[in-house]
Design a protein around this ligand. Sequence first.
Ligand SMILES: Cc1cc2nc3c(=O)[nH]c(=O)nc-3n(C[C@H](O)[C@H](O)[C@H](O)COP(=O)(O)O)c2cc1C
Length: 153
Amino acid sequence: MKIAVVYSSITGNTNEVANIIHQFFKNEIDNVQLYQIDQFPISQINHFDAIVIGTYTWGDGEIPQEMKTIYQAFEDQESKKIVTGVFGTGDRFYPHFCGAVNDFRDMLYVHSNLAATLKIELSPQLQDIERCQRLVKSVMKRIHEASRSKVLI
Ligand SMILES: Cc1cc2nc3c(=O)[nH]c(=O)nc-3n(C[C@H](O)[C@H](O)[C@H](O)COP(=O)(O)O)c2cc1C
């Protein structure tokens, strides 16, 4: 089983969440890698059983420029067998809170096997740690369900 947590972060909030999520995955399996978006081998998305994407939101509720390639990669190919999750940080001061997470969620729901979504206000607080754990549990559960249904086929 191979899992990637892929994220982008400027001021560190999404980075913090990505580290928490990565740590929870490490408690479950050995083969989980944490990638900043510019380090991630996008041409190999089909080599992963699960990809969990982390993004902040920019502009007027928009996906950051550097996250557009992975968005496009999922949109352009049939990745229904890849289990996905999306998380992000945003600021409720803006009208479209975590708009980039919403955009990823809507696209991944159609183009992948989306298991979980998580939005966090700025820097993760104590109660957010449990939410991160729930995201990881949901992704793991979906991977196991997907592999069981493969056996049945
Ligand atoms: C110019 C600018 C535009 C932003 N636009 C939004 C937005 O539309 N919606 C939102 O929820 N947050 C918005 N934010 C807040 C960031 O997404 C938030 O601070 C986030 O936690 C930053 O993530 P990072 O620390 O991982 O870089 C904006 C921030 C800046 C500086």
